[in-house]
Design a protein around this ligand. Sequence first.
Ligand code: PLP
Length: 495
Amino acid sequence: MAAPPTPDPTLLAGGPAGPRALRPLVETVLAALADGAAARCGPLPRGGPDAVTRRLLTRYGAALPAQGTGAHDALHSLVTALAEGAADPADPHCAAHLHAPPLAVAAAADLAAAALNPSMDSWDQAPAASVLERHLTGALAALVHPAGPAPDALVTTGGTEANLLGALLARERLGPRLTLVCGANAHHSVRRAAWLLGLPAPLVLPTPTGALDPGAVAAALDRLDAAGAARALVVATAGTTDAGLIDPLPGLADALAAHRARGAAALHVDAAYGGPLLLSDAHRAKVAGLDRADSVTLDLHKLGWQPVAAGLLTVPDTAWLAALTQRADYLNAEDDTEAGLPDLLGRSLRTTRRPDILKIAVTIRALGTTGLAALVDSVCDAARALAALVAAEPRLTLWARPTISTVLFRPAGAADEQVAAIRRRLLAEGRAVLGRACALDAAGRPALWLKATLLNPQAQHSDLAALIKLVLDQADHTTEPEHPEHESPAKDGSR
Ligand SMILES: *Cc1c(COP(=O)(O)O)cnc(C)c1O
């Protein structure tokens, strides 16, 4: 028989000794975060992929060492390396994607989630966490579907899983031969959902303006009808990934009405980005019509400032979720359920599942819906301010006034290759993280744009002005080859 383990009160995160074990480790983590950020001193590490790989692997050493270095050394070396090599969304010049700087209060709540480790697939692993989840998902769903008979929401890993679930629930309600109808502006996860679910290829409608045209959707539904494939799920977007545009939701809901009356069509709105505008008095009107959707995707790791992951799928009627019911004797035996143990297994496609609801609940309690709305307003204001700076600068072209917090712009008269090169140089030099998007220019020609997705509620006017200056400085240099050591001048498209 093996000797019994020696008690080590510093081994586990939970239990009465957990906090004492965690405190010094958390101090080490915090010191490493500070050291890493100081070493990086910018929105992302300098030198591009090769330099980052070299630095990280030098620090890391063997991936599977036989002898450990101990908790403090491991935490300090790896957290420092990760922070030094991070693209940090808390830096106002890190603005490429819907990649939010998490709130400190939410990150702190996530520590508690990790320490307690409830798993949301059965009541006996998450007694209180499951109550919290039911309570808050119901309230969030009621915000989206105020007239729904029994609004409810499922917690997901993000917009991708929520869109998949939305398509799955529609297929279960409308029947297996379901065609997704979406715009070219829809998120790529919509096409993936159709593929995963074995649905016919989605009908993707062109969106030259960046948003879906209700007339085109009505015509597409008629065409499907005529072809005998009448069951359709229209997927609209409230906050496109490229431009932050919002499809005309009331017009789309109207266009669907005739088909919907025959039970042949449903509306899913992917509001992964724009959903939280609902909280804001200043911006709520932009998502009017969201309440007419049959399901809605929300992503609180975008305009909700949560650490990843914090997605939701909301529905007006909890009964629609019954399609996800699963029986597994070890988790929800029928007699357990009859005896009153809540059955949680049907609340996700996953089994073991983190209590992502905790950080969301803590955030909303800490800030209130008004506090969260103020953050939404501040990033929308920042986008307006950035757009105004761009519009006032003759060397830059603004794509359009921002709808949410995305600003597309490009150096006036630049070739697409120059625009792409500016973005890559800013990345390589560690100066700024800007995104890229294709959209029609004023003459109706497709062009490549720089994309600033503003999600930092602390960004100052001076940060925005400095970002513009960085782009202008790079634009002045784009006549030089991007990789002088690899590329001959003749191959440089900017010449
Ligand atoms: C971000 C985004 C998604 C995907 O969400 P993930 O959380 O990355 O899975 C889907 N749709 C839209 C419109 C998005 O902006």
